[in-house]
Design a protein. Structure first.
Lengths: 178, 453
């Protein structure tokens, strides 16, 4: 079934179509949710809520952009709502340490477990800004709007996230990382 | 700049490694949710129809109950009027209490009062406590079979008590026996209420006792047969067992009648004894979990310094914590059982809460705090079944329902806090409830496993 047929089936509330769509996109979207939520259980809850909204609002998808991108935005929004409710973003600021330079070896490869572990160990504010900036591609101005923080705070959270990750990379036996 | 790009690219390049098929159960949950929502969308008219039908049913039941009560009142008034005309009838009020009999020994008003109080039934309010009273035989003959049985039961109780007194049994022993039998009785009586069709014996109405306030001794003149008859009938050869049975039988009759009136007039009834299954120690599945300490640090740490000293220390950091949520329910008094809930993180108690189920008047309430303020909110019992109970307070924005669900083996139970019509939980409450509960956007839930009876 093509993506268009799948969407049409979902608009008709066809349960088989919905299942197919879920099967196709849920692995990737689960990955997205896991990056924001810290536990697997929370990620599952967010994923469920996200797909529920996808199916409830699929009429609103007019086919203008990427369907996967549309679903992904819903998942990101859902994750942010979850974090806002649960953590109110709890921004952690360590202003005095912002000016630290870090280096990383671009050849270095990461395994999934390491990525998740490192993200999970970041405070919620760092993690959220990092996800939005690095993996969703939002600008600091947009992140500031989304999270209700200043642009400078968004920038500092990203720097601090990077610093914290750098330390973790070293600690987690990535010897090439300086 | 190059460094920054490298680190970020490292994550971008490896992001796909997080892709993973979620648990297959998740689709089932999603499907259930979709079904639920399409049901709600699909059939507003059907729901409307159901509502109308249920309302009509309730109205019909009320009409039937009122008619039956009226018929009984008219019938008994008529009989009594004609009996009174013949000069052989005592007062209406006395029969309404339905306790007096000339079939057994005479007792004093005071003794009856004591007895009725023990049976949790409307007491006699008037008359000299030392006056001996009994009902006329013709009145006894005109009573229904149930009333006669009830009277006989109470007679047995009084005789048995007298027998026990004669044997100089300690008052404490008697008290215990009555207390025990009363406990059995209430549960059984409630079971009967559930099982039997509703009928409303007039003499079971609690308001009757209020009417007595206006009576004076003259009202009893016809019934006071023998001031001097102090020789009681010999104690029956009833063993203690029989005594307890008769106590139970008598009390059951009285309670059943009282309860029937309540059930007809209000909604679900249950005694505090019906929550005895809750007594004991319960724990949430204990497992090592990643605690999100920074999420609930600041405000709570300021408010509860002693409880959250450790949290404060770890503020802003992540830690792996061994945590368990515990709930212990104990009887507080005759009308109340109390639950203490607490969260233990790495051996420290970081959160405590107190819940109660208590009987106030004829209703049962679940009492709990909904936030850090410590203010407690009462939820009235709406329905009770073997599977659990629903308490409601529609004046609360969230949750307006507290639901207790128990499993068949009584090895675990679930507490759900939610709204009848799903509603979002506010942030403050989420922070409070997340200590010991799983939180969905519209529901707070915890499942506790029994560890001690």
């Amino acid at each position: 079934m093509t993506e268009k047929e799948l969407i049409e089936a979902c608009k008709r509330k066809d349960r088989k179509g919905q299942k197919l769509l879920y099967d196709r996109y849920s692995p990737k979207m689960f990955g997205v949710c896991k990056r924001y939520a810290r536990s697997r259980e929370d990620a599952e809850d967010v994923l469920l809520e996200g797909f529920y909204k996808v199916f409830k609002n699929i009429e609103q998808f007019k086919g203008a952009g990427s369907f996967e991108g549309w679903i992904r935005r819903i998942m990101v929004n859902e994750s942010l709502m979850f974090l806002r409710k649960k953590h109110n973003f709890q921004l952690t600021v360590e202003v005095s340490n912002i000016e630290i330079k870090t280096e990383v070896n671009a050849e270095q490869d990461l395994i999934a477990e390491d990525i998740l572990n490192m993200l999970a160990k970041l405070p919620t504010g760092y993690r959220t800004v990092f996800n939005l900036y690095v993996l969703e591609g939002y600008k600091h101005r947009e992140i500031a709007d989304i999270m209700g923080i200043s642009i400078n705070t968004s920038k500092s959270q990203l720097i601090l996230a990077k610093k914290r990750m750098q330390a973790m990379l070293v600690k987690n036996q990535y010897p090439d990382v300086g | 700049m190059k460094n920054k790009k490298d680190l970020f690219d490292l994550f971008r390049d490896n992001e796909h490694k997080l892709d993973e098929r979620p648990d297959s159960m998740l689709w089932d949950r999603l499907e259930g949710r979709l079904d639920q929502s399409s049901e709600a969308h699909r059939a507003p008219s059907r729901n409307g129809w159901k509502q109308w039908m249920s309302m009509a049913g309730v109205m019909l039941a009320l009409i039937v109950v009122i008619s039956v009560v009226n018929m009984m009142l008219k019938g008994e008034n008529g009989d009594r009027q004609s009996a009174e005309n013949k000069g052989i009838m005592p007062t209406l009020e006395m029969e309404e209490i339905g306790i007096f009999s000339d079939k057994g020994p005479n007792y004093t008003v005071g003794e009856y009062q004591k007895m009725l109080a023990r049976l949790n039934t409307s007491p006699i309010l008037e008359g000299d406590p030392n006056k001996k009273i009994r009902i006329q035989e013709s009145v006894f003959a005109s009573l229904s079979e149930r009333s006669k049985q009830q009277i006989a039961s109470v007679d047995k109780i009084l005789r048995a008590e007298e027998a026990v007194n004669a044997k100089k049994a300690g008052p404490k022993e008697i008290e215990t026996k009555f207390k025990d039998s009363k406990r059995v009785v209430s549960a059984e009586a409630n079971e009967m209420v559930k099982a039997e069709a509703i009928e409303v014996p007039r003499y079971a109405n609690e308001n009757v006792s209020a009417d007595h306030g206006s009576s004076d001794d003259a009202v009893y003149a016809d019934m006071v047969m023998d001031e001097a008859a102090t020789t009681s009938a010999p104690p029956p050869a009833a063993a203690n067992m029989e005594m307890e049975e008769s106590v139970a039988a008598g009390a059951m009759d009285l309670n059943v009648m009282k309860n029937k009136v309540s059930v007809a007039a209000t909604e679900a009834q249950a005694g505090i004894q019906q929550f005895e299954w809750l007594l004991g120690k319960w724990e949430a599945p204990g497992s090592d979990q990643i605690r999100k300490e920074e999420a609930r640090s600041d405000s709570r740490a300021k408010k509860k310094k002693s409880e959250s000293a450790k949290m404060t220390k770890d503020m802003g950091q992540n830690m792996i914590a061994s945590n368990r949520s515990v709930e212990e329910w104990k009887p507080l008094d005759e009308f109340t059982i109390e639950g203490q809930g607490y969260l233990v993180v790495n051996g420290d108690t970081t959160f405590t809460e107190s819940m109660q189920i208590k009987k106030i008047g004829s209703d049962l309430y679940y009492v709990l705090a909904l936030d850090d303020s410590g203010n407690q909110v009462k939820y009235r019992l709406k329905t009770y079944t073997e599977k659990g109970a629903v308490f409601e307070n529609e004046e609360v924005a969230f949750p307006n329902q507290v639901i207790l669900q128990r499993d068949f083996s009584n090895s675990n139970f679930t507490t759900l806090l939610q709204n009848k019509t799903p509603a979002q939980i506010n942030t403050e409450q989420q922070e409070y409830f997340q200590n010991r509960n799983m939180i969905r956007s519209e529901q707070v839930k915890r499942v506790m496993n029994r560890v001690e009876n």
